[in-house]
Design a protein around this ligand. Structure first.
Ligand code: GDP
Length: 429
């Protein structure tokens, strides 16, 4: 594996952080290529339990260089808090092991306000935003109405640029939402308190990556959220505002000419979804509560209870296709160990007909899950490390999934710890 992307196949929270943490041992560089601090990876290792939002998961490994690429939503305030949290637990974060692209756009202080103001305006029609300013940030980035991180090193031009943006953005804040305008003093405070601290980490990360590539170093690309939240391929408008798919990784990372060899798609052994939007296989009531508790399904960033359901083979097959996954990591199989029989969403019913095809976003609300049951194994599998040692029913469950999604399940995670993994070397479909 020379270059590899680790991506989510479903709605996010599949356990990507845990897989990146495991696989970083084989890589020299870990790059985050999209998204911001609006979702969280949970990583548990010998140093403790960490909720990472923007920092790449390779930050825990000595010798690994971590990069925040040009495609991320760079929020200096949140990033600095996160660096502080991680450092406080004994993980050094220095300009040697963290490099931030000078081409990354900055999430400005008003982006968070605009996110909250718009959700408030929408009231019961809201998108379920985490209010971290991600949607206003990306719309401004594509309108060319934010600043590049590298401008922090050009103070005079930066001030002129910020003054222009301020004038423009205050029109929206005051006239559209009736909110308080920002002042240049507010921005000066933000510059000195947050931006100044991240300045030492800025560099031309494209150059770092090209040099690494030329030296034969191995690069890992880390995504946030899953395929179904991709702006172009997901359940629009209940998507995030960036491209989560592996195909975007070279662009958002800073190596646009790269072809990625291996794409590891992370799938959870059951489904979860945070926030609003269609979730065809959703379970409710007691059954949902039991699964949520068994899997501790509460948002890493917000603490919100996640919506839960059985594995959705229709959505997962689609996710595998759009990600171009060459291998799949199935996580949290241990969570299903208490179930007598395990529900599986094998198809959808749409307008009276059964279908294997993932519907157009606007049709998802009318789709109903077709559920079949498979036998549970009803024993603790968290200490299993070899495929042959899994109970027959668990192996059948894995086989059923890989056959349906048409991708080999190479990794099976049976616990949150780094070593709680079954690796099927040379496994092909
Ligand atoms: P990510 O954003 O895709 O990294 O996912 P999250 O961090 O939100 O969710 C994964 C959660 O499941 C974290 O709390 C992990 O520690 C935990 N986890 C990951 N893999 C496993 C597993 O195989 N079994 C169990 N029980 N927990 C797991």
């Amino acid at each position: 594996m020379k270059n590899c992307a680790i991506v989510g196949i479903n709605w996010g929270d599949e356990g990507k952080g845990r897989m990146v943490d495991l696989l970083t041992q084989d890589f020299d560089i870990v790059v985050r290529y999209q998204g911001g601090g609006n979702a969280g990876h949970t990583v548990i290792n010998e140093k403790g339990r960490f909720a990472l939002h923007l920092l790449p998961s390779g930050i825990f490994r000595e010798g690994v260089v971590n990069i925040l690429g040009n495609g991320v939503a760079l929020d200096p305030e949140n990033l600095w808090t996160e660096i502080g949290d991680v450092s406080a637990k004994g993980v050094p974060v220095t300009p040697e092991n963290l490099k931030i692209s000078e081409r990354a756009s900055l999430l400005l202080p008003w982006h968070r306000d605009l996110d909250a103001l718009e959700e408030q305006r929408l009231a019961d029609r809201k998108y379920g935003s985490t209010k971290q300013g991600i949607a206003p940030f990306y719309s401004d980035k594509y309108q060319k109405k934010t600043v590049l991180a590298g401008e922090l090193n050009r103070p005079e031009a930066l001030r002129r640029h910020l003054a222009e943006l301020l004038e423009w953005k205050n029109l929206t804040l005051t006239k559209v939402y009736g909110a308080k305008p920002y002042t240049m003093e507010d921005l000066e405070k933000w510059l000195s308190e947050s931006c100044e601290r991240i300045r030492p980490y800025l560099c031309d990360t494209g150059e770092v990556l090209r040099a690494a590539q030329a030296a034969g170093k191995k690069i890992l690309f880390e995504a946030q959220l899953g395929a179904l939240r991709d702006l172009d391929y997901g359940i629009y408008p209940y998507t995030t505002s960036s491209n989560t798919v592996a195909a975007y990784a070279p662009i958002g990372a800073g190596l646009p000419s790269l072809k990625i060899g291996t794409v590891v798609g992370v799938v959870k052994a059951y489904s979860t979804c945070v926030g609003e939007g269609p979730f065809v296989c959703e379970l409710f009531g007691e059954e949902a509560h039991a699964l949520r508790e068994a899997g501790s399904e509460y948002g890493a960033k917000t603490g919100r209870p996640r919506r839960v359901g059985p594995i959705d083979l229709v959505a997962t097959r689609y996710g595998v296709e759009v990600q171009g996954a060459t291998a799949v990591a199935l996580t949290k199989l241990d969570v299903l160990s208490t179930m007598d029989r395990i529900p599986v969403c094998v198809r959808y019913e749409l307008d009276g007909e059964e279908t294997d095809r993932f519907p157009f976003p606007a049709d998802l609300d009318r789709a109903r899950p077709v559920i079949r049951y498979t036998d549970g194994w009803r024993c603790d599998i968290s200490a299993v490390r070899k495929w042959e040692d899994l109970p027959r029913e668990a192996r059948n469950y894995v086989r059923l999934i890989e056959k349906a999604i048409r991708a080999p399940i190479t990794y099976i995670s049976v616990g949150p710890e780094r070593e709680s993994i079954i690796i099927r070397k040379n496994h092909r479909l």
